[in-house]
Every structure is written in C-alpha cells, then in structure tokens.
Design a protein around this ligand. Sequence first.
Ligand code: ADP
Length: 539
Amino acid sequence: MHGLMMDYPLTLDRIVEHAARMFPHKRIRTRQPDGGMHDYTYADLCRRSRRLAAALAGLGVAPGDRVGTFAWNHHQHLEMYFGIPGAGAVCHTLNVRLFPGQLSYIVNHAEDRVVFIDATVLPLFERVAGDIDCVEHYVLVNAPRDVETKLPDVLHYEDLVDGAADDFEWRSTDERMAMGLCYTSGTTGDPKGALYSHRSMFLHTLGENQAMGLALTETDVVMPVVPQFHAMAWGLPYACTLAGADVVMPGPNLQPAALAELIETHGVTVAAGVPTIWNGLYHELKARPRDVSSIRSLVVGGSAMPRSLIEAYERDLGVDVLHAWGMTELSPLGTVCKLQRQHGGLSEAEKWDVKARQGTPLGGVELRIVGDDGAERPWDGETMGELQARGPWVIRSYFKREPTPESFTADGWFRTGDVGTMTLDGYLTITDRTKDLVRSGGEWISSVALEGALMAHAEVLEAAVIAVPDEKWGERPLAVVVRTEGSAVSEDELRAHLAESFAKFEIPDGFAFTDELPKTSVGKFDKKVLRSRHAEGSL
Ligand code: ADP
C-alpha cells in the first residue's frame, strides 16, 4: 500500500521563495574587492535569481545543461546557486586555485555551456580558455565595461540580470533533476565529479539545520569562509536561506585581519572554514585583539582541527568550536560534534577531547567502519576501519563513470577512503585518509594524531606527517614542521614531547623543518607534494 501524502517536489526554488516570503528584509552583505560592502535582502536575492534563470533560458541553456562558476563568495554567486538550478541547469562550481590543466579538464569533462567568471580571477581563466571547446558564453562578474580580455563574446552579469523578466517560471519541476556538480580536488588521478539533485540538496539542507547539526536560525549571522567552489560551501548558502539567517560574504580577501574585522563589525554568530583559516585567525587575534564574542559556533572541517587549537579558541577567546566532517561526495556534511547530556559532568579538558572528535552522524546519514576483510568493525572507540556511508545525500556513482568496487560496495555503501574509529555512543574519530596512513611493520600509525600532538607544542605553527618508504618496516613516519617565529625548538625536544603520548614505534624517525607547508587548492596540507619533495631529496 502507498501512503496518501502529497508528492511535493523538494526543489531549491522552494527554499529561496520561502526566504523571500518569510524573511524578505534579512540581509546579505558582501565585501567587495575594493573593500566596500554590498548590502541587500532575501527579497532581492530571490528576484535576481529568478531573473538570472530567465536570462540563462534566454541564452538557450536547456534543462540538464551544465553552467560553470569561477568565483569567490558573494551575492552574485548566491544568485547562481539558485538561478542556475532554477533554470533547470546544473551549477558547476570551479575552484579558482586549480592548476590550469585540471581546470580545463573539468570544464571539458562537464561540458559547461556557459561560465561565469569574476573579474578578479579573469587572467586565471584566460590561461586555459584555448584548451576549452564546449563553452558558448562567458559572463564576467563585476568587470569594468571596457575590460580587455582574450575571451570571445563576453557578456556582463549585471546586463544579463537587468535585461531579464521578473515573471519567469522556475524550470526545476522535478526533485530528481540534477542541480549541482562539484569535482573532488583529485589528489590521485583525474578529478571526479559528484552530481547532486534538487532532492539530495534539499534533504541535505534540512539535515544540516537539524538540532544536532548546525541548527541555523533567523537569529544567526553566518559567514561562510569556506569557498563556494569548495564542496558547495558546505551547503551553507542553502541552509542560511532556508533559516533566514543574515549572511556575510567575505569576497576575495580571506586574510585573517579582514575576517576578524568582518566578525566584529557584523556580529557574526557562525563562521565556517578549514583549520588553516582558523589557525591564521587565532594568531591574528592574539596579535591584534578584536571583539569576536558574537560567535556561537566556529564551524571547522575539511581536515582535522587540532585539539590544541580547539582548546586555544575556547580557553583564550571564549569561542565555541564546532568540529564537522564531510566530503564532496556527501554534499558534503556527514557528522557534527556536539556535546550530549552525558557529557555534562566532564571537565573542560575532557570536553575538548570530545570536541576534537569529528562527531556524530546527522540524522539521514548512516556510517559503518569496515576491516580489510569486508566485515563490520565494532564501535568501541579503538578499533580502526574504513569508513563507509550511505544516505539520501551520498553519491551512488561519480559523474560519467560507472560505479567501481574501489568506491562503492556491492551492498550499496560509499567507501569514503577515510579510516576511523567509532565510540559506542556514535562519535567518529578520523584517524587518517587511507592513502596517508603510515603502515609500519603491520601496525597502522595515524598521521593525523601525530600532527595534532605536534601542533599542540607551543613552538610549532604547523606540522604534517607523511609515510616514507623503509626497508625494514615498509613505511615510517616523517614529520615536516613549521616552527613559530623566532623558535629554535629541536628534533629531540619534539621527540620527547611526543613520547608523552605515543608508543615508541609511532614516533617519527625523521623531522624536517621548513618555513611553510604546501597547501592544496582547498587549504589542506598537500602531502602529495611533501612525498615527492622527500623522494627528490629536497626535504
Ligand atoms: P578533497 O578530496 O579534495 O580534499 P573534500 O573537501 O571533499 O575534497 O575532502 C574530504 C576529505 O577531507 C574527507 O574524506 C576527509 O579525509 C577530510 N576531512 C574532512 N573533514 C575532516 C575533519 N573534520 N577531520 C579530518 N578529516 C576531514
């Protein structure tokens, strides 16, 4: 028997229409490249998104077509998040920090027909345009009228929106239509695309806003520092709109001082970004204090947030840190770490131990950990296994690829490539990515745990641990360390520091000191580069 409920399509136009109806005066503020603030409302966002959808239809964009965006976080990019899917097309976000070869590969692979490009990153796109054969229209955002460009037939974003009709009917009629496309940064092999549907993103939005998730409400002022080209800015553009939260968009300037100023000036309550961003902000705030007491949740994910940095924020600045785990393939949010009633009696230090975990799965996401033999491992807080996920916002295949056993199990779970443990009460700890794990003499050594401990040392600014080949043990850990300014902390001192909490076999054999760690296009330590530097003997 079937139920008797309405078949109401879960499409994203409903979210922006809801905001325009319920929260027409709530604000969306964007820091402009020249430092000024653009300021408008959800009513404006809805109207202009609809016009953008109409303009795209006018350009001949048909349902299912891919439309690229090469842009920082700003109000026009938000309009693209609604307007492109509202035209029935797929919003394909392009990472402005990609290598040219990867960028042209992705645009061609997706067959983008239109690409929106910020004037500030136009030269980065011009470098690859000659290698792209599918794009029919380039649309420049915030470019001067007389801009000089090598791109053919450019249009201007504001002309498109100004010239379009207000009464366009959303073309997102079926919740199973594709709405978004995001490629992983491709640390191994070619980048792979995750293709989201209206339904999956709508459910992700509800999931993200549940009480054990980010729980955004109309009282919040949310600043997504995580770029809109990185895993859909973790779904925040949709979650904020559904909640009617005020939004502060940082534009292209992600320097710590600029972020600190935005938080203080606009009373930001929730800010989200990767650990390197928050590490930079912490040091900025220590050097030049600002009032950041408005923050109720500093959301962090993308890599493990070192426990020492969680403690530093909470103890020194009174800022509550919310650790989250996710991946592009999960739309991206999988877990959020909130304390439960059972943690009420814990000391501060014990609470920080819990908060350094990646958290509990959102309602809607199922997780399991699995051993090499394919059998499920116990949730005992100690046994490590490969993390697998399933749920309505988890991919079942990559874009234009058949599902392979490396990524999907026969019984329908997605293999995350992360290794972790689960406690009995469902708190996930990521111990590594499969490819970063150090396999030493039959034991697994967690690079993430070593990095966290090293970064807890007062004279260590950043630390990454990589596996290096070893004749006797197979692999051994090597630590690459950036010292704080003026520090001369030695290898022996760091070794002694680690010996307080690690077994002897886990302590790195080698330590290399460097001025800066290489980062990936989304701000994570780039261990691939470190491994090749080590192989070349340049570490
Ligand atoms: P990429 O593969 O390009 O890095 P993602 O941003 O989708 O793209 O990265 C997802 C991966 O990031 C996860 O599989 C996991 O390894 C890592 N990750 C995300 N959040 C956390 C976290 N809170 N702690 C540790 N690792 C994390």
